[in-house]
Every structure is written in structure tokens, then in C-alpha cells.
Design a binder for this molecule. Structure first.
Ligand SMILES: Nc1ncnc2c1ncn2[C@@H]1O[C@H](COP(=O)(O)OP(=O)(O)OP(=O)(O)O)[C@@H](O)[C@H]1O
Ligand SMILES: [Mg+2]
Length: 272
């Protein structure tokens, strides 16, 4: 069996008939690079694919703790150059923190995807154990996936489950070109990505006591990421707490809509 970067050129035409492709594999196997290259291939074929990033730990679309989708209207180097189609706030860097809320975000995102367009779905590298397997199958079902690319020997064992529910399975080995990232490198990357995302956003003050908050814990809010919602449960802004002064949160805020928030969801700390 060939590895992913060698197989890419051969796989792209074989994948073309399928509407919704999900790429599944362990961390550092070349998933995101494959999706980016396949999106560029589809653009060269005159298509406008949507790319979905479900990797809350290091999304290429929104800040850490979010999942999102972009519309690939033109060739690109980084996904963040493309117009954001949808962003959903989860608040943690791993789905295992709160699987129910994570799946709720996936469900909301799926409802906002268009019919009739190619959708390429990137996932986290969490593949060990029953929960990981169950989560991937549920996501494939919610997002109406019709093809999966399984990278690496461990997930090749999932082939029967996916083909059993009518999903076409493609398999390959991990990319040999990936330089694996250790835990501290991932933490550093998360911090750098958060800084990059929020650095151009305006500063604001938030009196969190005025809002109903959805939080695991509210003490020590400094460096936490926040999702601000309307009463219709639409995400209207994401924010990062820089400091706490006299009970007020000093935040950088990235607005997604014009409506004023009515409740706040408090995520994890992103700091060095
Ligand atoms: N085909 C390739 N050609 C050149 N470099 C590659 C290729 N695939 C992966 N890489 C390198 O390896 C790095 C990690 O690859 P990538 O982000 O695609 O893996 P991943 O499986 O999505 O990782 P993660 O589990 O962290 O999401 C990339 O930043 C890139 O530098
Ligand atoms: Mg990735």
C-alpha cells in the first residue's frame, strides 16, 4: 500500500465522483495537507468545494476551540485566506472534554452546509479506543459523508464499519514527509495561532456577571476563550480574555454578526 503523498495524484480523480469526503487518521499523518491539495485540485477542475475543519485543537479556519467551514472560491496557500462560511464555538482543544457539546457543534455546522457542493472534511487525530471510533462514525453520519480516506494501519480496521453503512472507503499509509509535533510544540502552536487570530481584533470590556454563562468553571478567567451567543443560539462573536480588571474582562473580540450577545460560553485557557 502506498503512502498518502505518493497516492494523492492517483486518488484525486477516483475521489471526484463523491460529494462528501472525510479524512481520518492519527495525528501527523498528512490529513490537512491532503485536504488542501485535493481542494486545489477541485478548484482547478472548476469546482467551488467547501472545506470543513473539525479539529478543535488546531483549526485552520477559526481560533482554537472552534470548528468551521470555508468556501474555496479561489486558489489559496492557507485556508485562513478563504471566506469563512460558518464557525461554531466548542471551547476546548479536544472533543473528549465534552462530547455532547462537540457533537452539537458538528450538527449545527452540518445544517449550514450547502447541498450539491463538494465538501472535504478534516478531523482530529483522535483514533484510539471505542469513543474515537464511535465519534468518527457519528460524524460521518451527521455530515452525510459518502467517502472516507483512512490513513494508517489502525484505522484500516474500521473499513468494514464504514463500508457497512454504504460509505466508500479508500486507504493509504501516512505521509513520510511529516515531522511529528510533540505536546509542547502543539501547545506553542495553539498559543501562536490564538495570538495570530486575535491580534488585529479590537479590545473591549465585558462584565461577565451580566450574562448567563455556560462554563465548567468561572474562577480565574484570564486567557480563556469565549463564545458569545444570541438568544437564538447563534454565535455572534468569539473572544480571548487578556486580563481581568476590577471584575471586568478585558477581551479581544472577533465579531461574526451584528446582534448583541445574550449568553457566554466559557472555554479553556490558551496560554504559554
Ligand atoms: N505531502 C506533503 N508534502 C510536504 N510536506 C508535507 C506533506 N504532508 C505533510 N507535510 C508536512 O507535515 C506537516 C504536518 O502535516 P499535516 O498538518 O497535513 O498533518 P495532519 O495529519 O493534519 O496533522 P495533525 O494531526 O496535527 O492535524 C505539514 O505542515 C507539512 O509541513
Ligand atoms: Mg491536521
Amino acid at each position: 500500500m502506498q503512502d498518502i503523498q505518493r497516492l494523492s495524484g492517483e486518488l484525486f480523480p477516483l475521489l471526484e465522483p463523491y460529494k462528501r469526503l472525510m479524512v481520518i487518521g492519527p495525528t501527523d499523518t498528512g490529513k490537512s495537507t491532503f485536504i488542501k491539495n485535493y481542494a486545489l485540485y477541485l478548484i482547478s477542475r472548476g469546482e467551488t468545494p467547501y472545506v470543513v475543519d473539525l479539529d478543535v485543537g488546531q483549526s485552520d479556519i477559526g481560533p482554537v476551540g472552534t470548528i468551521g467551514s470555508v468556501k474555496a472560491t479561489k486558489t489559496f496557500t492557507l485556508l485562513e485566506e478563504l471566506p469563512v462560511h460558518d464557525l461554531e464555538f466548542f471551547g476546548f482543544s479536544a472533543p473528549s472534554h465534552d462530547i455532547i457539546s462537540y457533537m452539537h457543534c458538528v450538527h449545527r455546522l452540518s445544517q449550514k452546509l450547502p447541498e450539491g457542493k463538494k465538501v472535504l472534511i478534516d478531523t482530529t487525530g483522535w483514533i484510539h479506543g471505542y469513543e474515537a471510533f464511535s465519534l468518527k462514525l457519528s460524524k460521518a453520519n451527521i455530515l452525510d459523508v459518502d467517502a472516507v480516506l483512512l490513513i494508517g494501519e489502525v484505522v484500516h480496521r474500521w473499513e468494514r464499519a464504514f463500508s457497512g453503512v454504504g460509505i466508500r472507503v479508500f486507504k493509504c499509509l501516512p505521509s513520510k514527509l511529516v515531522v511529528p509535533k510533540d505536546k509542547s510544540r502543539r501547545k506553542l502552536n495553539r498559543y501562536a495561532a490564538t495570538l495570530r487570530f486575535f491580534e488585529k481584533c479590537p479590545l473591549a470590556k465585558l462584565d461577565i456577571k451580566r450574562f448567563p454563562a455556560w462554563a465548567r468553571e468561572l474562577k480565574d478567567p484570564k486567557h480563556r476563550i469565549l463564545g458569545l451567543y444570541t438568544k437564538k443560539f447563534e454565535l455572534t462573536a468569539v473572544a480571548w480574555v487578556l486580563d481581568v480588571q476590577e471584575g471586568m474582562l478585558i477581551i479581544r473580540v472577533h465579531k461574526l454578526g451584528q446582534e448583541t450577545p445574550t449568553f457566554v460560553r466559557v472555554g479553556q485557557k490558551i496560554s504559554l
